[in-house]
Design a binder for this molecule. Structure first.
Ligand SMILES: [Zn+2]
Length: 426
């Protein structure tokens, strides 16, 4: 298979060419000659090139995206034609910047520009989104090695679909092929449950659907749910209060009285360290398998029962981005061990967590002392000056309760039939 990356000013396209016939078609499209064996890196979208896009019609509907990609580039602008797949986000952005210079366009994202230049000298970055369809690992089951227990077939079975990030966090498309059924069940009953419990409130509020649809939270015999089925568009949220074995408010006054009380909502108990383990487990499910040997001790830690450990802080802030969940993984490109080899940022339901993958053999220190953490956070701050994160400790190895307070704001012009409805259920 031949792989290519095409970069335009606004977008990026990956091509996988399977046959010689396909290569001849590509050669003719790019150069105008199907016998051509090389093409320059910088290509111009001439009117002749746009004319040649008709060649793609021979491929039928499957070429729609390719045709649209090239059609969207204005005539006389350029694109980059590169062999292989470029997956590093920063590298892709650097190439887009190069292209903007060629086309004399303004590279308008100054913040991104700063992030790229600073971070790219240290790290390779890959971004994974839960709405993306991606199968990570070896397709052939007989060749698979479970990333977490090291077992292969027939000792290990690979019948279940293992989501690289828990499905309950809204991930539909990122699948890790190299997680055996036994590990999948074990994580599902342990660390993944804790993350779901920690975030269930936010997941409910944002209406993020897991395996069993929209999650609900319970409090004092009332279940609270974000119901999108009645939404006119995606921006409308309907909060449904279901009074199970309780007398529901019957009129506006009763409803207002009920909603105006502060509702203390105590979540089920969670083991803090399991949250950190789960974040790292997601990263190890997403990265390329050739990195795994550096994380043998990390995997050992993820598999062990909660034990006393001192871990780096997890930095937290709120960040309303649309795609959820979303994970950016940074892997160090050089051997200067004073900054972590691997760290990541996960965004779920408007919560953003930044964490270091601990126990990596490529690191010389644990990043638990204040000085090494400060050095690392200084780099992050030089790259993202507006990032205001607060450190959280996820070391705890015994279950704790977390309390949330639910507070409904009721506007003065709250009208029945427009803003709220009473619905009798059978
Ligand atoms: Zn396993």
């Amino acid at each position: 298979m031949y792989k290519f990356t095409i970069i335009s000013n606004t977008s990026c396209l990956y091509l996988n060419i399977l046959s010689v016939k396909g290569m001849r078609l590509l050669a003719e499209l790019i150069t105008g000659d199907h016998n051509s064996i090389s093409a320059s890196r910088v290509q111009t979208v001439s009117s002749e090139f746009k004319e040649r896009l008709k060649l793609l019609d021979a491929l039928g509907d499957s070429s729609y995206n390719v045709k649209k990609f090239f059609s969207d580039i204005p005539t006389n602008q350029h694109f980059l034609f590169i062999s292989g797949h470029i997956e590093d986000e920063l590298q892709k952005n650097l190439l887009k910047r190069e292209l903007s210079r060629i086309d004399g366009l303004l590279y308008n994202d100054i913040i991104i520009d700063k992030i790229i230049s600073n971070l790219y000298s240290h790290y390779g970055v890959r971004v994974f989104q839960g709405n993306q369809r991606l199968r990570i690992g070896v397709e052939d089951k007989s060749q698979r090695i479970c990333r977490f227990c090291g077992k292969t077939m027939p000792k290990a079975k690979f019948k279940k679909k293992a989501h690289a990030i828990s499905e309950s966090l809204g991930n539909k498309g990122l699948v890790c092929l190299e997680e055996c059924d036994e590990c999948n069940t074990r994580f599902g009953q342990t660390i993944e449950q804790d993350i779901e419990k920690l975030l269930q409130f936010q997941l409910m509020l944002k209406g993020i659907k897991g395996k069993n649809g929209s999650p609900s939270v319970k409090w004092k015999g009332v279940s609270v749910k974000n119901d999108s089925s009645s939404s006119v568009n995606n921006d409308t949220k309907t909060i449904v209060l279901n009074f199970e074995n309780k007398i529901a408010p019957q009129n506006k006054l009763e409803l207002e009285r009920f909603l105006s009380q502060d509702v203390s909502f105590i979540q089920e108990k969670i083991v803090p360290q399991n949250i950190y383990k789960c974040f790292c487990k997601y990263v190890l499910s997403l990265i390329d398998a050739h990195y795994l040997p550096y994380f043998k001790d990390t995997i050992k830690w993820i598999n062990e029962d909660p034990t006393e450990r001192v871990l780096p802080p997890v930095e937290f802030c709120q960040n309303p981005i649309r795609e959820t969940p979303c994970m950016a993984i940074m892997i160090r490109k050089h051997n200067h061990m004073e900054i972590p080899y691997c760290w990541a940022i996960i965004n779920v339901a408007e919560c953003q967590f930044l964490f270091i993958i601990p126990f990596c053999s490529k690191d010389k220190c644990d990043f638990i002392d204040k000085l090494s953490i400060k050095e690392f956070m200084n780099i992050i701050k030089s790259v993202m000056p507006n990032l205001n994160m607060e450190p959280l400790c996820f070391d705890g190895n015994t279950p704790i309760s977390i309390e949330n307070t639910l507070n409904f704001y009721i506007p003065a012009d709250f009208v029945e039939g427009r803003d709220y409805y009473f619905v009798e259920t059978k």
